[in-house]
Design a protein around this ligand. Structure first.
Ligand code: NAD
Length: 489
């Protein structure tokens, strides 16, 4: 059964006035079921509950309560892991296979437990040298880290559980309370999490609140409310800008995980055949991943070989029904997103890029918001399809002259989220990596991902890092305290 209620102040509740909206399966276009359609008043009540829980309970100081709360939540999710898996496939169009990896099982393994383990290990106090700054006597000095307070957690639909768990773990471990706003396209998994918090954990009422809403604007309450101390957002760069501007009025810190247009750089000493056998991998989950490398940079001298190898990869790529365990690409999340992707494909053609594979809607999948895996050649880095985040199963192949040219093209982007580099010599790949302005890079097929690995972007890809020590520290405030040093005898 899908959970339809929201979690506010420890209670599972309907929306004010009882309004609901339908959650739709993007693979079938059928209604999965209703879910509460929270209003601004519901969001304000959730903020009030989070504020009260932060100000009046011992949560912020109680390490043991936080550790056990996180571990109870972990156990509760594991107990409903299969229901959650089916729900993710249904509402996000997430290929089943991906739920055994990045969509669910991978984050579930450590996203809550690693921050729980770090609660005691985190450097909450740091002593500074005793100092006599003004000639008025020695002072003992310490730097204290404290929870930041009420954190707004605003998440997108593409990896709804992965992103939510990787925010919730650090936010709660650091002693904060929160209001979660899931995307309207994936409300049921978040609502389920709310029920698990309420019914299967001792996390105090108000520490976690989850408000589902169809209208994006309901989320604005979070960036403008003086009772919210920080906004932690994952989503598009356009929305990130709006949130940052709205948060400026109350001078709250924002932590933004935004879009990407990452480069997959294949150096001229790489095994081109082996590397490009996986070229269509960028179509995973319909290309709806912010860290996917969507610009394939290959040596100009081997350009046509690269196009043919990538063509073979795209032609052999299985896509379709996300419940089919052999596919890695399901539908786009909505008709709107599908049409947006198709619009970019048209623009690519109009600007002179060559469609090598795909380029439209698949005839054999008349239901569901599918787009063909699409490979573009003859792409210049100035074209719209090379500059803007398409968030679809679309790869652009761009030729480069030498390593410096590859670096120049990779960095010639308003984004700076991720990327990959392949070389016959990993030291050469590292040399190139040092010059790439992005927050993460995978060299020679290695995967950097983990709850201990900071993830986030340079430039337009965001501010701050999720996960790792940096991802714990970001949810803290810093207080410097001095007191008279004991007289030395
Ligand atoms: P989106 O920006 O449209 O929405 C994200 C969330 O913000 C949703 O919950 C939405 O309801 C909410 N929202 C929208 N307007 C708001 C407002 N004014 N105030 C408060 N909340 C508001 O993004 P999306 O379409 O859901 O997700 C796709 C985007 O997310 C892509 O650009 C992708 O690159 C990005 N993304 C980034 C990362 C990352 O870690 N960098 C990860 C996944 C997705």
């Amino acid at each position: 059964m899908n959970e339809t209620r929201m979690l506010i102040g420890g209670q599972l509740v309907d929306a004010e006035g009882g309004a609901s909206f339908d959650n739709v399966n993007p693979a079938t276009e059928e209604v999965i079921g209703p879910v509460a359609d929270g209003t601004r008043a519901d969001m304000a009540r959730a903020v009030g509950a989070a504020r009260e829980a932060f100000d009046t309970t011992g949560w912020a100081r109680d390490h043991e309560a936080r550790k056990s709360g996180l571990l109870q939540l972990q156990a509760a999710i594991e107990a409903e892991q299969e229901e959650l898996r089916a729900e993710l496939v249904a509402e996000a169009g997430a290929p089943l296979l991906l739920t055994y990896g990045p969509q669910l099982d991978a984050p579930l393994r450590e996203a809550l437990t690693w921050p729980a383990e770090m609660i005691d290990a985190f450097p909450w106090r740091r002593a500074l040298p005793v100092k006599n700054a003004f000639g008025t006597g020695d002072a003992e000095r310490e730097v204290w880290k404290e929870p930041i307070g009420v954190v707004a957690v605003i998440v997108p639909w593409n990896f709804p559980m992965e992103i939510l768990l990787n925010k919730l773990g650090p936010v709660l471990a650091m002693g904060n309370t929160c209001v979660v706003k899931p995307a309207p396209d994936t409300p049921h998994t978040a609502a389920r999490l709310g029920r698990l918090v309420a019914e299967h954990t001792d996390i105090p009422p108000g520490v976690v609140n989850i408000v589902t809403a169809q209208d994006h604007e309901v989320g604005e309450v979070l960036s403008t409310s003086p009772a919210v101390d920080m906004v932690a957002f994952t989503g598009s760069t356009a929305t990130g800008r709006r949130i940052m501007a709205a948060a400026a009025a109350t001078v709250k810190p924002v932590f933004l995980e935004l879009g990407g247009k990452s480069a997959n750089i294949v150096l001229d000493d790489a095994d081109l055949e082996a590397t490009l056998a996986g070229a269509a991998g960028c179509c995973m989950h319909g290309g709806q991943g912010c860290a996917i490398s969507t610009r394939l940079l290959v040596p100009r001298s081997r350009y046509e070989d690269a196009v043919e190898l990538a063509r073979a990869s795209f032609e052999n790529w299985a896509y379709g029904d996300p419940t089919d365990p052999s596919v890695l690409q399901g539908p786009q999340i909505s008709a709107r997103q599908r049409d947006r992707v198709l619009g970019y494909i048209d623009q690519g053609r109009a600007e002179g890029a060559r469609v090598v594979v795909g380029g439209g809607r698949p005839d054999h999948l008349p239901r569901g918001y599918y787009v063909e895996p699409t490979l573009f050649a003859d792409v210049d880095n100035t074209m719209t399809i090379a500059r803007e985040e398409i968030f679809g199963p679309v790869l652009c192949i761009i030729g480069y002259e030498d390593d410096d040219d590859a670096v120049r093209i990779a960095n010639d982007s308003s984004y700076g989220l991720s990327g990959t580099i392949t070389s016959g010599d990993v030291e050469r790949a590292k040399d190139v990596a040092r010059k790439i302005r992005t927050g993460t890079l995978g060299l020679n097929g290695a995967i950097w991902y983990g709850p201990d690995a900071p993830f986030g972007g340079y430039k337009g890809s965001g501010i701050g890092r999720q996960c790792g020590i940096e991802g714990l520290e970001i949810f803290t405030e810093t207080k410097t305290v001095g007191w008279p040093a004991a007289p030395t005898t």
